[in-house]
Design a protein around this ligand. Structure first.
Ligand SMILES: O=P(O)(O)OC[C@@H](O)[C@@H](O)c1c[nH]c2ccccc12
Length: 270
């Protein structure tokens, strides 16, 4: 394992052992049947469609994070998912990491079943087995963090996502990672303004890198987006989609907060 000691490395080491434990006791045949029962809804295609006339928001169900601790105490995945969908989210992102983000595959499963919009499994994907888990629990897409892998591993994980019909959001922090993501070939590339190696936030990176994302890839701005103003500024800079967690989750009514960010109100009775 290279670069031991960063936050990201600690999370990856822990994740690898958790995945190995689950894989060791998994009933693969029954998971395959469950996965076959979920037809992936095109994640990137929906972001692209929505982005034609408004910012495509990927709203994140995020209860806690290692950098912020507990973000939302009263965490009801289905209620949150329905409220965010009604407010105009183009997709959901559901944290499934338990140890660091207090998420779960169960949250993904019930949120995904409640909505029509596509759902991203937000986790640290280190093994093809997690692709099967993702689809079996209703995911339509997965995240791949370029900083976490060699090119060979990225290619393997990308191929296994494709084999399960899952779109890939490839996450980068700098130009070098962006070039690697382009080589791998993903449906969507996300620039994360939070560096997962030390959790520092660098908003200027978002504007610096967007021009280098190829035009046929969905361009996603990630982390630290707090207002409609932030979102519309990043849209003017060239982003199609916006991954927003904390600023929505801290509001009493995240759906209403998203509607306000998008500049429209939810029709009465929804
Ligand atoms: O809560 P924020 O600042 O709006 O950020 C959301 C999302 O970008 C962030 O949760 C995230 C981006 N990449 C990740 C990788 C793993 C865990 C979490 C993340």
């Amino acid at each position: 394992m290279k670069r031991m000691g960063t936050k990201l490395d600690q999370i990856l080491t822990h994740t690898a052992s958790e995945v190995a434990a689950r894989k060791g006791v998994a009933d693969i045949a029954s998971m395959e049947r469950q996965a076959a029962g979920h037809q992936p809804r095109g994640f990137a295609a929906n972001l692209r469609r929505v982005a034609q006339d408004k910012p495509a928001v990927i709203a994140e169900l995020k209860k806690a994070s290692p950098s912020k601790g507990l973000i939302r105490e009263d965490f009801q995945p289905v209620e949150l998912a329905l409220g965010l969908e009604a407010a105009g989210a183009a997709a959901l992102s559901v944290l499934t990491d338990e140890a660091f983000f207090q998420g779960s595959l169960k949250n993904l499963e019930i949120a995904s079943a409640a909505v029509k919009i596509p759902c991203l499994r937000k986790d640290f994907m280190v093994d093809p087995f997690q692709m099967l888990e993702a689809r079996a629990h209703g995911a339509d897409a997965i995240l791949l963090i370029v900083a976490a892998h060699t090119d060979a591993d990225l290619k393997l994980l990308r191929a296994s996502a494709r084999a399960y019909g899952l779109d890939v959001l490839c996450e980068v922090h700098d130009r070098e990672e962006l070039d690697r993501a382009v080589q791998i070939g993903c449906e969507a590339i996300g620039v994360n303004s939070r560096d997962l190696r030390d959790f520092s936030v660098h908003p200027e990176t978002l504007v610096e890198l967007v021009g280098a994302i190829p035009g046929d890839v969905v361009r996603v701005a990630e982390s630290g987006i707090r207002s409609g103003d932030d979102m519309f500024r990043l849209r003017a800079a060239g982003y199609d989609a916006f991954l927003i967690g904390e600023s929505l989750m801290r509001q009493p009514d995240p759906g209403a907060a998203l509607a306000a960010m998008l500049g429209h109100t939810v029709p009465a009775g929804v």
